[in-house]
Design a protein around this ligand. Sequence first.
Ligand code: FAD
Ligand code: FMN
Ligand code: SF4
Length: 653
Amino acid sequence: MNRDVSGLVKPLKLGRLSIKNRIWNSPLWTRTAHVDGEVSDRTIAHYEARAKGGCGVITTEACAVDEDHHWITPQIAIWDDKFLPGHRRLVEAIHAYNTPIICQIHHSGMFGTNPVSPSGIPCADLGKVGEFIQSRELATEEIEVIRDKFIAAACRAQAVGYDGVEVHGATAYLLEQFFSPHNNHRTDKYGGSLEGRMQLAIEIIAGIRAACGPDFIVGYCGADCDWVEGGITRDQTSALVVALEKVGLTYFDLQTDGTYETFHKIECSAGYRRQPIGQFDKTAYYKSILSIPVTTRGSGEYDPEHWNAAFLNDECDAIRLGKQILADPDTPNKAVSGDWEAIRTCIKCGNCINSGEVMPYELSCAINPGLGRYEKPVERSFETKNVVVIGGGPAGIEAARVSALRGHKVTLIEKNDALGGNLYVASLPISKETFTNYIRWGGEILKRLGVDVRLGTAADAELVASMNPDTVFVATGSNPAMPPIPGIDSDKLIKAEDVLKGKATLGKNVIVAGAGEVGLETADLIMTNHKPESLTLIEMRPDLGMDMNPMDKAMLFANPAIYPTHFQNGLRPMVSTRITEFREDGVSVEDKDGNKLDIPADSIVLALGYVSEHKLYDELKAKGINAVALGDAAKVSKIVTAIYQANVMARDN
Ligand SMILES: Cc1cc2nc3c(=O)[nH]c(=O)nc-3n(C[C@H](O)[C@H](O)[C@H](O)COP(=O)(O)OP(=O)(O)OC[C@H]3O[C@@H](n4cnc5c(N)ncnc54)[C@H](O)[C@@H]3O)c2cc1C
Ligand SMILES: Cc1cc2nc3c(=O)[nH]c(=O)nc-3n(C[C@H](O)[C@H](O)[C@H](O)COP(=O)(O)O)c2cc1C
Ligand code: SF4
């Protein structure tokens, strides 16, 4: 399609550098550093893939400037010359793509080793995950030492060839805490008035400019406001950035996602409801008061058309993609070539924020199985095999894609009339429609690769055998679990997915049986859309959402508009409670102490988990056909596991 991409490639100067496009990566912790803080081969491979993918500028993740204060988990360090060989290798790898690279420099403040802060105000609300963080107030001389560490780190970065540094002044890390009236109650030169709270940032930027000379890029990332009562406001940030420009700032990067104190808030796109937050209105304002470039983060805005318009309208100078560039490192190249359909758009599932499930504590992306694994291209096979894939959910789509890239002849059979499987069902709870991004992309890519997709066809062993396959990938997914509880066969019981699909009629008093992720999301939808008089959530385990990632769970329960509102409107949770019978007029339950109770209801919704659907797999194996079970058909899990496993198995075939 002939698209207008003129905004995306509109000429831009960053300091003295001309930048080839306005789609950059956002600084984002890759979890690839060695434990001692050294840049690893995986760090280099990660950024190299993004440079190859066409980013106009590469910026590293936050690199620690202070040996005593850094993240608890491995963080790239730049506090000592001993780390420079690794940084030099990284810089050279990125420069080989004719792409500038900026080092983000960072002090963890309260959120890391030896927590420190301007005034020792505790963070009682790490996105409401439940942590309560105490910190020690810094003495004035310690602050001067930290300032000098930022400047020394910038000099080190310059020495190894970085084109610039970006000072991290956001997310409630040390510099943002110094700027915040909520966190900074100091009475020395680094606190009190607005001028005092700006002092540390000004001394750092001015110090770097003086030490590194006029050509070195010096950026600062900060927030428009922090959504904390008595916290940072736009007027204050305006004063700060104008002052920073005066002392030599090259660009201002606007962070719009809230801080560790406010991630749960509806205003922050990192929050549960996943909507974009209109960052270009905000950057347009900062562009009106500054003459240096103003950039911003993706923050849920992943539509190239919107980026293009914002650049053409001069509302923003560059978009820095965090999650989107994890999901598809080639996003910039695809965007500037106008091939937007080929972009594997982030589904905003939060897996990367919550840490990978495939390899715990490593960064993983649910839909990009290459992330963290060197983004290795799929190798073509020596022979062309006849590959049949059963199931068009995420595991089936990925197995078909990789098999086609291997050069095999691929047929995908799906019994429904559309691709997606349970990923489609997963897109139905409130605010999860972004999950369908993957289905759209999968369909497009399979078409381009020439995969023969047969929808509306239920495969059985006979059909598969008649196709004479060399390999069959069985990705038949899962079915709702029906544990042997008396009364579970009643046709009055409603499956959660039927509620999500809008197929169910619900009465005034509802029971949702099971309060894992599916039960909670279904109850959220019922409370929001159906507004019953009462909803009782019954869970056998001792807590709600025990299968959920902590951040997702925090978003559901901490956001005042979601579960706190549902509790006020008649939602009653019962945990450690086992359903002993489904009756015509409700359920019988028993709590952990053996107390028995009958709970009346007009409608009962089942969300009791899922069980693998592997009948076809068993039949194919019995026939001696080379079948491989993938995704939920092998073991009920999540999208990240389904796609990763499919990728690995199909590469091996
Ligand atoms: C409500 C809900 C919310 C969820 N939320 C999340 C979430 O937030 N994050 C997350 O990571 N995961 C989530 N999941 C889980 C996730 O959707 C699954 O783990 C994932 O879809 C599994 O992928 P799959 O390809 O293995 O199977 P599926 O997606 O189930 O696909 C299997 C496909 O096989 C087809 N099929 C079955 N038998 C045949 C046959 N004989 N012939 C032809 N076709 C057949 C089915 O029609 C289906 O399309 C959620 C699931 C649900 C139900
Ligand atoms: C896992 C993860 C790590 C991050 N690490 C950093 C970081 O080191 N420095 C930083 O400035 N922002 C960091 N961010 C914020 C992102 O750069 C980005 O601003 C945010 O994810 C919103 O933009 P997006 O929607 O494009 O991802 C991180 C975000 C995530 C999800
Ligand atoms: S893990 Fe999910 S949220 Fe993170 S980049 Fe991938 S698709 Fe986006």
